[in-house]
Design a protein around this ligand. Sequence first.
Ligand SMILES: *Cc1c(COP(=O)(O)O)cnc(C)c1O
Length: 432
Amino acid sequence: MFRRAPKSARWFARAQEVLPGGVDSPVRAFNAVGETPRFIARAKGATMTDVDGRTYIDYVMSWGPLLHGHAPRKLIKAVAAAAKHGTSFGASTALEVLLAERVRALMPSMEMVRFVSSGTEATMSALRVARAATKREKVIKFAGCYHGHADPFLVEAGSGATTLGVPTSPGVPDGAAATTLSAPYNDLETVERVFAAHPDEVAAVIIEPIAGNMGVVPPRPAFLEGLRTLCTRENTLLIFDEVISGFRVTSGGAQELYGVRPDLTCLGKIIGGGLPVGAYGGRADLMCLVAPAGPVYQAGTLSGNPLAMTAGLWALGELSPQLYTRLERLGARLADGLLDAAARARVSMYVNRVGSILTPFFTDTAVIDYASACRADTGTYARFFQGMLAKGIYPPPSQFEAWFLSTAHDESLVDRTIKVAQGVLKRVGAKG
Ligand SMILES: *Cc1c(COP(=O)(O)O)cnc(C)c1O
């Protein structure tokens, strides 16, 4: 029997009075799946418990940061110990140096690092550096990639693939949007055409080297290498937004997995171990442009926060080859199980997966870019989501998001998830 979650619903009603849409980040409102958002009371390992006392196997994992699961005991201990020494100093600490050194050891392209408090800050600051270094203004981004909510990134292609971008949000000035050029993901030829149409104007190409924000879309073989070659030829900087993929797919991120060295890298999510951290970094000559080493201004009251640095140090300290082997196995098991369940229920599904991130798309064509992602049946996804949630599984509340596994997930939780999916998909399939 499915009972509405009354406390969550009541909190959501109150929330809507004081928080726009009842939330602090839009996707949390569950609008895309026609559900009432659950208010979470606590979480541990791979599960979350809401204010009504229902426990869910979590596949959102705070949208990516929680590689080691919710509230790992040792992380909590380390952060609590750090808090006793003070929560913020607005002054230098050894922790920042240690974390920067660790990041550089894991990702050698990041010769120098600047810590910020979110992925959004990392990407907007990296773009500023790229513009300063090249004395150019334009940036090429890919449709369906998300780089946080700074003005130049809230832009999609206008009519015709090589036209100037148009804002995807009111409040973004046309001037900001006009500096953004858009190309389809995995489409090197269009990038080449955009370069040809804007010679010596493009400061940077920014990309999620594994797209995660239109659902998971891996790069085609040679796509990233092709971008590297083009950027080098055009004296344009290549920025990898590894806010999701960094430390997620290997300890060295997508750049290690695919063997492509970007000029600048943006990090977030896992690097903070569940606390608010972002970082950007890359070639030392570029990072030395950042104040006070250089003239490019960028600052932050809580940047390099000691609690956040402590959490990040612990999270990165736990990385190991065995961890990624285990996550790969779990990811494959979940993907195979979902595909099998869909096939049995005669529901069309494609699963895109890289290691422990995956997206089951309700579609009958392969998803290689934003246009093909958009062919997925969001109505079917919504019914699937509702069925899963009712049975204690918490998938992302949108078709166009990644599922995240963590080291706290295990075979039995994944198998339970697949079992539930089999039943839910059968009902979803029967409705057609
Ligand atoms: C989440 C995300 C961001 C933005 O990070 P915030 O910490 O939410 O500001 C940027 N880029 C990518 C690829 C992301 O997934």
